[in-house]
Design a binder for this molecule. Structure first.
Ligand code: ADP
Length: 160
């Protein structure tokens, strides 16, 4: 089975992530979207909420699963017999860091990283930017699925 993992924070999932997930689902027999838990990163949504949102918006793909992982991504790959890591690249600025990570992961276990270019209409999109714009009342309705936008607005209202 050609299984790939698409790791990230997904705080929350955006249309840019969904574009990569859909395209990866055409290329691999199974795609696992893995919410990576990073204790040093403060998030707006907890890991359960992020997984729940991902499950909701990926249910159209039968071969996409959602999971979470606390630890090294290469260990997740090893335990789940995953040979490929999928990463989305938005701009050259993503590349330096991602290349270093990809080389380190390959060195550690031989796992390969495949880069998919962001679709032009999403190449400026990042969860952090969406949160910032929404915090100040900007319209983010075209950047996220409607249900995710509702949850984002609700969470921001709770924090006000
Ligand atoms: P963000 O930068 O939005 O907080 P994550 O840490 O959740 O993203 O990223 C998960 C993966 O999705 C990474 O490989 C990241 O480069 C990729 N990604 C994020 N936004 C986009 C986008 N708009 N288009 C393509 N790939 C993206």
């Amino acid at each position: 089975m050609t299984r790939a993992v698409y790791p990230g924070s997904y705080d929350p999932v955006t249309n840019g992530h969904l574009d990569i997930i859909g395209r990866a689902a055409h290329l691999f027999e199974e795609v696992v979207v893995a919410v990576l838990i990073n204790k040093n990163k403060r998030t707006l949504f907890d890991v359960e909420e992020r997984q729940e949102m991902l499950r909701e918006v990926t249910k159209q793909w039968d071969n996409v699963r959602v999971d979470s992982w606390h630890g090294l991504l290469v260990d997740y790959c090893r335990e789940n017999n995953i040979k490929a890591i999928v990463k989305g690249l938005r701009a050259v600025s993503d590349y330096d860091y991602e290349l270093q990570m990809a080389q380190m992961n390959h060195q550690l276990t031989g796992v390969d990283t495949l880069f998919m270019q962001a679709s032009p209409q999403y190449s400026y999109l990042a969860s952090s930017l969406v949160k910032e714009v929404a915090t100040y009342g900007g319209d983010v309705s075209t950047l996220l699925p409607a249900t995710i936008e509702q949850r984002l607005q609700q969470r921001l209202a709770e924090l006000r």
